[in-house]
Write a protein that binds this ligand. Structure first.
Ligand code: FES
Ligand SMILES: [Fe+2]
Length: 330
């Protein structure tokens, strides 16, 4: 979908500790962002100097300004050039001498950037659980995938691949049939759920524990999966925040947020999720085209199980104001 439509949303670009006083380059929406930190927090610009196009990320921070590495122009955190060292100190600086400043803020230990005026807030966790003391959070999985953000999100939304890609962990071939399910349309996304006996020991007690999977999608690229172990009170969010680096490369940040087992090592939960993600990766990286096809006619949608992903594609298309065809092949 068009990068213009995506520019109106907050996207993660890094973890907070990766944005320091030393400017650094981060990829976003087929372009580069320079981000740095001063006493006022994080700041982000398009990574290009208006003077001669040098990468500002090769510069440094001095006196609260970002210094271009080429001729030393200094930009304040609003992007205004406040010093051109080659000119007399009292010479006026043209108002057009600006870096393109983006909105930047920190949440969930990540740095988020919006290129244009954002159409929505940074996505919340359902129930705002992230900050509640009963819930423990960590980033479990992080990796760049050779695919588009939409393909990576659609994979996370999809459960009918469980018996094949995650056989014995999330599904089995004997239980491949999917019951009809309802997708609720939210103002900024979708919500749907199913229940199944999960064959894993970690959440499903080896198949004897029923698990309810509640999915909440926030457009364009956030997907929460809440795993509810029915009757036990144990609930776990597996949440993917997604950085659209380029139209064909995407960085995933997968959080695990749980209301149980605080004294158990995070690694036990992390390893399970990371195994799942690494099972998914080669399959998703094999999908062609890497981006979702522009037309819904180009792949075949089967109502059960593909209702959620079809609605996701329609929602993305309406964001991009692309004509939508459809709906189902069967
Ligand atoms: S290119 Fe940045 S100051 Fe010249
Ligand atoms: Fe998967």
């Amino acid at each position: 979908m068009s990068q213009t439509a995506l520019a109106k949303f907050w996207h993660p670009i890094a973890t907070s500790d990766e944005v320091t006083e030393q400017p650094a380059r981060f990829a976003l929406l087929d372009d580069n962002v320079v981000a740095f930190r001063d006493e006022n927090g994080v700041a982000a610009f398009r990574d290009i100097c208006i003077h001669r196009g040098a990468a500002l990320s090769l510069g440094w921070v001095r006196d609260g300004t970002l210094v271009c590495p080429y001729h030393g122009w200094q930009y304040d955190r609003t992007g205004a050039c406040v010093k051109m060292p080659s000119r007399p100190a009292d010479a006026p600086i043209p108002a057009t001498a600006r870096a393109q400043a983006y909105r930047a803020q920190e949440k969930y230990g990540l740095v988020w950037v919006a290129v244009d005026e954002p159409a929505d807030e940074i996505p919340l966790f359902p129930g705002d659980v992230y900050d509640l003391p009963e819930w423990k959070s960590f980033i479990s999985y992080r990796r760049v995938w050779n695919t588009s953000a939409a393909r990576a999100v659609e994979n996370f939304m999809d459960f009918s691949h469980f018996p094949y890609v995650h056989n014995g962990l999330l599904g089995t071939e004997e239980t491949a049939e999917i019951a009809p399910y309802t997708v609720e349309k939210l103002e900024n996304g979708l919500h749907y759920w199913l229940e199944q006996e999960e064959p894993s020991d970690l959440y499903g007690a080896g198949g004897s524990q029923k698990v309810r999977y509640e999915y909440t999608l926030v457009v364009p690229f956030t997907i929460h999966l809440k795993k509810i172990e029915i009757g036990t009170g144990r609930e776990t969010f597996i949440t993917q925040f997604t950085q659209p680096r380029t139209s064909k490369t995407t960085e995933l940040f997968v959080f695990i947020v749980r209301n149980h087992s605080h004294d158990q090592d995070d690694i036990e939960f992390g390893e399970f999720t990371n195994t799942i993600m690494e099972q998914d990766r080669p399959v998703v990286e094999s999908q062609r085209p890497e981006e979702l096809p522009d037309s819904l006619r180009e792949e075949l949608h089967i109502k059960v199980p593909d209702a959620a992903s079809l609605l996701y594609r329609q929602r993305l298309a309406s964001l991009a104001k692309v004509e939508v065809f459809g709906p189902y092949g069967a």
